[in-house]
Design a protein around this ligand. Structure first.
Ligand code: S5P
Length: 279
């Protein structure tokens, strides 16, 4: 069998046992898009309008639900309607980072009840494996998936070297719930000790810090192109925020649609080149 990076999304979907990972890969294949749009805006009307506009071009929407100032539970109902209408999954970018007991409460309860609507969420590995036990006690019965932040896109990130390797080891030990990573590169075989043989593993790599027109922002963000991310670094999903909806939250839907189509096309072309499918 070819290395994971050379396999198609459909081939990889068939081997996934976690329901969220399988659904994401199947959606990517069905819609021919590896674009995830990150919708970081503060008004629910802007949030829902942008998602309705980009919906046809994405496999996944990434949310920071706690930045919505006028949040109420109807936002979640509308988000779920849009997810069904446009056939995409939902990823709340919560970046959990506490002890198991606390993260289980933050994931299941509070104002947002993230586990009840978000197919995928993520966590920093910094507390060690107990963060996965806490989150999986809530997420596994619901068929959810977890991504570990193995690397970050920001200048001066501390998530490098042995920290990244330990994150991959933690994921390997929790294959039922950890479906992959937020990272800048493929993680196949990372962190294997000399006496360990290379396992047959397929972790998804979702990658933020993607932009076609800028190299970064004024607060340490760094951008690479879809081609660098998918073709050169072997990542599976490109996560794009401001590159799609701009700095102006009220951006004209036509302009947002054009950018979503553009990132979708670039991401898909890079994938086709990677696996050797002619366009
Ligand atoms: O390393 C990271 C991890 C994440 S999840 N770097 C990131 O930028 N992110 C998130 O991706 C960040 O929280 C934001 O929601 C999105 C990038 O947004 P953009 O507007 O810079 O594309």
């Amino acid at each position: 069998m070819a290395s994971v990076a050379m396999q198609t999304y459909a081939q990889r979907a068939a081997k996934q046992t976690n329901p969220a990972a399988r659904a994401l890969l199947e959606t990517i294949e069905r819609k021919r898009t590896n674009l995830c749009v990150s919708v970081d805006v503060t008004k629910q009307a802007d949030f829902l309008r942008i998602i309705d506009t980009v919906g046809p071009y994405i496999c996944l929407v990434k949310t920071h639900v706690d930045v919505i100032e006028d949040f109420d539970s109807s936002v979640i109902d509308r988000l779920q309607e849009l997810s069904a209408k446009h056939d995409f999954l939902i990823f709340e970018d919560r970046k959990f980072a506490d002890i198991g007991n606390t993260v289980a409460l933050q994931y299941s309860s509070g104002v947002y009840k993230i586990a009840s609507w978000s197919h995928i969420t993520n966590a920093h590995p910094v507390p060690g494996p107990s963060i996965i036990s806490g989150l999986s006690s809530v997420g596994v019965p619901l068929g959810r998936g977890l991504l570990l932040l193995a690397e970050m896109s920001t200048k001066g990130s501390l998530a490098t070297g042995s920290y990244t390797e330990e994150a991959v080891r933690m994921a390997r030990a929790n294959r039922d719930f950890v479906i992959g990573f937020i990272a800048q590169h493929r993680m196949d075989g990372v962190g294997l000790r000399e006496d360990e043989s290379s396992p047959d593993e397929d972790f998804l790599v979702l990658t933020p810090g993607v932009g076609l027109d800028a190299k970064g922002d004024a607060m340490g963000q760094q951008y690479r192109t879809p081609r660098e991310v998918v073709l050169e670094s072997g990542c599976d999903v490109i996560i794009v925020g401001r590159g799609v909806y701009g700095k102006d939250n009220a951006a004209d839907p036509d302009a947002v649609r054009v950018q979503a189509e553009r990132y979708r096309a670039e991401g898909w072309k890079a994938y086709q080149e990677r696996v050797g499918i002619s366009a």
